[in-house]
Design a protein around this ligand. Structure first.
Ligand SMILES: C[S@@+](CC[C@H](N)C(=O)[O-])C[C@H]1O[C@@H](n2cnc3c(N)ncnc32)[C@H](O)[C@@H]1O
Length: 371
């Protein structure tokens, strides 16, 4: 294999989870990124583009100065595709993949990696993307491969299944090699659980947290003052919960959820719904990976986001994950810096591609580009 570095263009870059994984592989160099959300773009810049020169902080439709790149990666917003979204085919966000195709063409890329939610593979947009890369399409010289990958299989402490479409003009890639499994064996380690991730990593995230505010600090990004730059430890902050919420959380053991609340503690609106949404008010488990983290992980009412520490009548932590814990669940380490308010950073974390998953894809892509 030739020793070379490949140029990378990251579209819908968010806080840069995808770029973090690709740069971690060592053979890639970022030459461009596009992100409409200014604070996410500031986070990206703080990590990968300190001069703010190669990030285009705007709508991809206005991105015309496209550099040449070996590889274009990107994951447009998933709300239009996700089972949780409205699944409206007319949703303008579903058209964003067309912009992706345009940039792939204009950059003269040899390969592309398109990332999205699991159910993307069942949408009309997925069919269109594949048609685009078929005989008469705009990307006719590309062949596509589709992988359905679980971030937990690549050492991320989270079960998060993603559809990855790899397009190539230079031949196929191997399936990214799994390093971890639910049941270990051979050269596969056991999935990373939360105990290992929070308590045995380079930054220990103590269960006991009192701080609720980010430090007061501003950073200038393209003429705007933005909260930041924050380190992982700065994000280990909680919220002020009301007493009744804490009483509810105290009833929920690891692996359990709102169905385990006594009747008098059920929310009135829930009483009528005795089925579905079993993850609501769910508590995570110390020795399992987390479930899929979303942008509102800090609200226990939105999913299985309660901290795993719970002993019956004993030591209990009755709060949702902190931002730092959620970032670690997404596979970020303490090298990654963050910009934005608490809600903005939560969105960046929840939207990211786990860097370890991106890195596994980067490995097979780099091998093909180098061949
Ligand atoms: C799923 S997130 C991508 C996460 C990113 N790949 C990562 O690994 O961190 C999608 C991103 O697309 C951005 N976005 C949405 N519409 C856009 C547009 N029209 N132009 C550029 N970026 C857009 C959103 O702000 C969001 O950060």
């Amino acid at each position: 294999m030739r020793e070379s570095r490949f140029t990378l263009l990251d579209l819908f870059a968010g806080c840069g989870g995808m770029t973090r994984g690709f740069l971690g592989e060592g053979n890639f160099i970022g030459v461009g990124a596009v992100e409409i959300d200014r604070t996410a773009a500031a986070t990206y810049a703080a990590n990968f583009d300190v001069d703010g020169r190669h990030i285009f902080a705007g709508d991809i439709a206005g991105y015309t100065d496209v550099p040449r790149a070996d590889l274009v990666v990107g994951g447009p917003p998933c709300q239009g595709f996700s089972a949780l979204g409205r699944r409206d085919p007319a949703d303008a966000r579903n058209q964003l993949w067309r912009e992706f195709v345009r940039v792939v063409r204009e950059s003269d890329a040899r390969m592309f990696v398109f990332e999205n939610v699991d159910r993307f593979a069942k949408t009309p947009e997925f069919q269109l993307l594949r048609q685009t890369a078929s005989e008469d399409g705009e990307l006719a010289d590309f062949d596509t491969q589709v992988f359905r990958l679980n971030a937990a299989d690549y050492g991320t402490p989270q079960k998060r299944i993603r559809t990855i479409v790899v397009g190539s003009r230079v031949g196929p890639v191997d399936e990214p090699r799994q390093t971890h499994a639910k049941t270990p064996g051979g050269d596969l380690d056991r999935w990373v659980g939360l105990r290992e991730a929070f308590l045995e990593g380079p930054v220990v995230l103590e269960p006991e947290v009192r701080e609720t505010w980010l430090p007061e600090s501003l950073v200038e990004f393209q003429g705007h003052d933005i909260p930041g730059t924050f380190k992982l430890r700065d994000l280990h902050i909680t919220r002020n919960y009301d007493l009744i919420s804490e009483v509810r959380y105290a009833h929920i053991a690891p692996g359990k959820g709102r169905f385990d609340l006594p009747d008098e503690l059920q929310y009135p609106c829930w009483r009528r719904h005795t089925r579905g949404a079993g993850d609501v008010l769910g508590r995570l488990q110390w020795d399992e990976p987390a479930v899929t983290i979303r942008t509102e992980f800090f609200r226990p009412e939105k999913g299985r986001f309660l901290h795993p520490q719970w002993e019956n009548g004993g030591d209990q932590v009755n709060r949702a994950l902190t931002h730092a814990e959620a970032a670690v669940v997404q596979g970020f380490d303490d090298r990654h810096l963050w910009c934005g308010t608490k809600a903005e950073i939560a969105r960046q974390i929840g939207n990211a591609v786990p860097p370890p998953l991106a890195r596994a894809v980067a490995h097979v892509v780099a091998a093909r580009l180098a061949s």
